[in-house]
Unconditional design. Structure first.
Length: 278
């Protein structure tokens, strides 16, 4: 087995999206894609002015968006008729395919809002597939718990706990891990996958090679391998996300991600012509 080590530590960039929601972006800047992952945003604030305007209706084509709520409430509506109110612990996994128009608006007027949105690329053969909205209730989420750790399994499998997202082309792994001080998280990953850790809070050591200290709200890209070892230097919370690369050309135009510039121009034309939603 090959040890997985820290490849790169990335401090997120403060930015805003939607109608001015303040967030931290760690994948998708410049852009720094990490195939099959296109973007990762952390949004979080106790100041309602940072999130109250939300994400009014906007289009997507050719990607999947995975939104995971840790605190606060969001309401989702889309052009397929999909809708749902997301609360702490809930996940929405949206396959935009050929085109979807959706909104995500906060339903709280004050208090803490905290969560993540991940963009996953779709292969060419699926980019024009029928859109799909999947809502995963926190109460039905699969959780592993022992004396050292708690692992919420959104996708993939940890020991005997299987996540609700199955049969996906990138064979995703998405864990939310809470690890007690001085305890270890060990996991065998597919050697073909690209994997990253997002440290939400706490202090961790990854692998056997020495690496710089990692601050809260930091992205850690990992080397390929199959043996992941994480040691908590304090009580900590982090995400482990992994997926099989698609290895295709990426053309991006705002909310559209296709394989060629011509396909991006077609998406823009379809949107303005009113033929975007099939």
């Amino acid at each position: 087995m090959k040890n997985i080590e820290v490849k790169q530590i990335i401090d997120p960039v403060s930015t805003s999206d939607g109608a001015g929601v303040k967030l931290k972006r760690s994948i998708g800047v410049e852009p720094n894609y990490f195939d099959p992952f296109l973007m990762l945003d952390e949004f979080g604030s106790e100041n309602s002015e940072d999130y109250i305007a939300g994400f009014p209706p906007h289009p997507h084509r050719g990607i999947e968006t995975v939104t995971y709520m840790l605190a606060g409430d969001f309401e989702h509506k889309d052009s397929t008729g999909g809708k749902g109110k997301m609360t702490a612990g809930d996940v929405q996994w949206m396959k935009t395919g050929s085109g979807i128009i959706h909104s995500e608006m906060p339903t709280i007027k004050e208090g803490k809002l905290h969560g993540f949105q991940l963009w996953i690329n779709m292969p060419a053969k699926l980019k024009m597939s029928k859109p799909e909205y999947i809502y995963i209730d926190a109460a039905k989420m699969s959780v592993h718990k022992d004396q050292d750790k708690q692992i919420k399994v959104i996708a993939g499998k940890f020991e005997n706990v299987v996540g609700p997202v199955k049969g996906h082309n990138i064979e995703p792994i998405y864990f939310d891990i809470e690890l007690d001080k001085d305890k270890e998280f060990n996991f065998k990953l597919p050697s073909t996958h690209n994997t990253f850790i997002y440290l939400i809070n706490g202090e961790i050591r990854i692998g056997t090679n020495k690496h710089n200290n990692i601050k809260d709200s930091t992205l850690i890209l990992l080397s390929k391998g199959d043996k992941l070892n994480v040691i908590a230097k304090s009580n900590t919370k982090f995400l482990v996300i992994s997926g099989k690369p698609i290895n295709e050309e990426i053309a991006r135009g705002g909310p559209f991600v296709m394989n060629t510039k011509a396909e991006i121009l077609q998406a823009v034309q379809d949107y303005h012509n009113g033929t975007f939603v099939k």
